[in-house]
Design a protein around this ligand. Structure first.
Ligand code: ZN
Length: 162
């Protein structure tokens, strides 16, 4: 029940903001199929996750890194071809320790260069779990990315697209 109330409050707060997609499960065929359909009628920004978050993909969907690596870049490229903008989304977290500057830097830099190696050049960043702070802004600036304030967009998850 609370979930529904939260959702309604969020919808009211976010009304009028541009809708963007947090792309977290494109390697699942059922998600990819629905995303492609969504792309036929929407042109927006896809804040995409990268293999630096492979552990999370395993915990959430039991998808191994090999599958992720095989499908991710190809599918992001296909989205780009439909006119979507590819931007960056990283869940920076560590199961045991408080996230340090160096850890955050390692995660974001790793994700950024994965994008570069695969032909994408993100200029905008939105953080996942543990959000984003001063360190995030500094790290992203060094890589030529702007951190989008979390209030800037209304976001949906790719795995929620129906
Ligand atoms: Zn996320």
């Amino acid at each position: 029940m609370m979930k529904i109330v939260d959702k309604i409050i969020r919808n009211v707060k976010d009304a009028g903001k541009p809708e963007v997609v947090h792309c977290e499960a494109i390697y699942l065929d059922r998600v990819y199929k629905r995303v492609l359909k969504y792309c036929k009628i929407n042109k927006t920004k896809f804040f995409v996750m990268t293999p630096v978050n492979s552990k999370l993909f395993w915990y959430a969907f039991h998808v191994d890194k090999k599958t992720v690596l095989k499908k991710m870049a190809l599918r992001y490229r296909a989205l780009e071809k439909t006119g979507q903008e590819i931007q960056l989304h990283v869940h920076v977290y560590h199961p045991l320790v408080k996230v340090s500057y160096n850890y955050e830097k390692k995660m974001i830099t790793g994700a950024y260069y994965w994008c570069i190696r695969n032909g994408f050049k993100p200029t905008e960043y939105v953080g996942g779990s543990f959000g984003q702070g001063k360190n995030t802004v500094k790290i992203c600036k060094e890589l030529g990315m702007k951190v989008a304030p979390r209030s800037k967009y209304r976001f949906i998850h790719d795995y929620d697209i129906s």
